[in-house]
Design a protein around this ligand. Sequence first.
Ligand SMILES: NC(=O)c1ccc[n+]([C@@H]2O[C@H](COP(=O)([O-])OP(=O)(O)OC[C@H]3O[C@@H](n4cnc5c(N)ncnc54)[C@H](OP(=O)(O)O)[C@@H]3O)[C@@H](O)[C@H]2O)c1
Length: 254
Amino acid sequence: MSTSIFELNGKVAMVTGSSKGLGEQAALALAGVGAEVAVCGRDTADIDRVVERLKSMGGKAAGFVLDVTSRDKVKSCVDDILNHFGRVDILLNNAGTNYRVPVLEYPEEEWDRVIDTNLKGYYLVAQAVAPQMIERGYGKVINMSSILGRIGLPNQLAYASSKGGVEQMTKIMAIEWAQKGVRVNAIAPTYFETEMVKQIRGDKERLNFINTRTPMGRWGKLEEIDGVVIFLASAASDFITGQSIAIDGGWTIS
Ligand SMILES: NC(=O)c1ccc[n+]([C@@H]2O[C@H](COP(=O)([O-])OP(=O)(O)OC[C@H]3O[C@@H](n4cnc5c(N)ncnc54)[C@H](OP(=O)(O)O)[C@@H]3O)[C@@H](O)[C@H]2O)c1
């Protein structure tokens, strides 16, 4: 077997929320195997920083401001990306947010913000990007889920609901596009050290709980997301669709 089945030379990847965290790491991984990357986020300074990082490793990249919660903004951003790169072969729906309080205290505006970003945003972006994949008969959509799409934890009302939705959304898109060459899969990570979860890092009790619940006894390291992203984006996974791959040190099997 040749490792060329993992190469993405000539492919264009759009990564939402790639201005930091797991999205930035995924953008680096995709560029590392040859993909041209559309870096998307809301903060231009962060976007520029990531684009420069990708270019400095010899990659082709361009930055685009995108708020995934607005259909109009999604459409105009995807148009800009298509004008710039000519195509999107790989979509990583990754932009995400959280708000943690108990159910009885959960504010409606935070529920809406989390669901609009983590769930509605994925559908809006996929709906804007998939038609040109379907037209060419080939594409890869990867939805960033979470172990919280599978298990429950307190204070995660909207987040876990959104990620449960992402798991189901992945199956529906996969079924509808299976005969059209577009594969749709999800990644379900445990805790990785990013801005989204940095407050938990300082909470000894919570840190202990997470490590104890995880058979491998630790959080993920950012670069440990690379393999699954490259696998699902590349020809190596061409007969896989509708799946969700946990990257969690064994948490969800125990
Ligand atoms: N870190 C973990 O432990 C963990 C575990 C499981 C799953 N995940 C999932 O992994 C994904 C990335 O999370 P992360 O930990 O890397 O978080 P992060 O460091 O906070 O990054 C979140 C990214 O999403 C973008 N974003 C937020 N709201 C947006 C919106 N309305 N429109 C467009 N972009 C938006 C942010 O861009 P701006 O700041 O520029 O707006 C940023 O680039 C999320 O889907 C998250 O649920 C993370």
